[in-house]
Design a protein around this ligand. Sequence first.
Ligand code: IPM
Ligand code: MG
Length: 359
Amino acid sequence: MQAKRVLTLAGDGIGPEIMQQGTRVLEAIAKKFDLPLQIETALIGGAAVDVEGQPLPESTLAAAKQSDAILLGAVGGPQWDTLPRPQRPEQGLLGIRSQLKLFANLRPALLFEPLASASSLKPEVVAGLDLLIIRELTGGIYFGQPRGVETLNDGEREGFNTYRYRESEIKRIGHVAFQAAQRRGKKLCSVDKANVLEVTGLWREVMNELAAEYPDVELTHMYVDNAAMQLVRAPKQFDVMVTGNMFGDILSDEAAMLTGSIGMLPSASLAESGLGMYEPCHGSAPDIAGQDKSNPLAMILSVAMMLRYSLQYPEAAAAIEQAVADVLTQGLRTADIAHDGDAIIGTKAMGEAVIKALN
Ligand code: IPM
Ligand code: MG
C-alpha cells in the first residue's frame, strides 16, 4: 500500500506544542493499526513570516497540494498584529483555505459526558449535546470584493467589506449540509439574516430549493441573532446547522464553549476533491504558549477526523475518540476543563495519557 502523505503545519502560539502531541498520537495509531503514513512539516502563519517574510510561502502551498491531508495547529500572535494585513499570520490560514478550495468547514460540538460540569451552562442543558455546525469557508464577507479602508473627500476614513455569495457557492455548501444531516438526525437548521441582508435572503431561497432533493431531511431557518440565543437556551434542539463564513465563525466559538472548553473541539475543512485540512477550532492562545498548559485534545480529535474523512481509516479514528473519552473518564484534566478541585495536568501529560489509553 502506498503511504498516505500528511502535512503538519504547527503555526504559532500553542500551535507547536499541541501539534507535537497530535503527531505523537498519529504515530502511535499508525503503529497500532499498521497504517502507512508519511508525515512532513512546513511553515505557516507568523512562524513563516519570521523565516520567509510571508505567512503562506509557495513551498508550503506546494507541499499542501501534494499531500493527502493537512493538520494545522493555530496561527497568530501580538508580535505580528502591526504588520500590513497581507503579511499577518491570519492571511496564511485564509490563503490556504482559499487556495485549496476548502469550502466546507465541519465543526462538531460534542459533549463528552464527564465534562458536563465543566460547561458554563447547567449540566442538564448540555448533557448529551451533539451538534454539527457547517460553515461556508471560502466566501462571504471574509473574501468579498471590494474591501478596504479609504479616505473620503472630506478627509474622513471609511472601512468597507462586501458580503456576497453566488448561488453556486450556497448550493455547494447546502449539499454538504443536507447530506451530513441525512447521516445524522435528519434535521438541518440554516442560519441567516434574511430579514435584513439580501445576500442571506438568497441563501434562504437556495436552501429551500435544495430541500426538494432531500425529502427525508427537515429544513428550518433561523436568524443569526436568535440562533446565538437558542444555542445557550436550548442547544439540544439542533442537529446540523449550516451558515455562511462569518456567522459560522461566531456561532462555532459559542457552540464550542457549550462543551466545556473550546480546547475540546476539532474541525475539518474539505474541498470537493476530497482533500482536507484538520485543525482545532481554538486559536493560538499566545498568553499560555510554551508553558505546557494548553489542551491538546482538540488537536488530537482533529487527527481522528482526518483519519476518518481524508484517509479512510475509520477504525483508527474511533480508537482515538475512545481513548480521549477514556482519559476524561479517568478524571484527567488540563486547566481549561478542570472543575472545582480537579488535579490539573499539562499538555504533554495529556498527550501521553491518550497514547497510553490507545494501547
Ligand atoms: C477560525 C479563526 C479564523 C477565522 C481566524 C484565525 C482567521 O477564528 O478558524 O475560526 O476567522 O476563520
Ligand atoms: Mg473563529
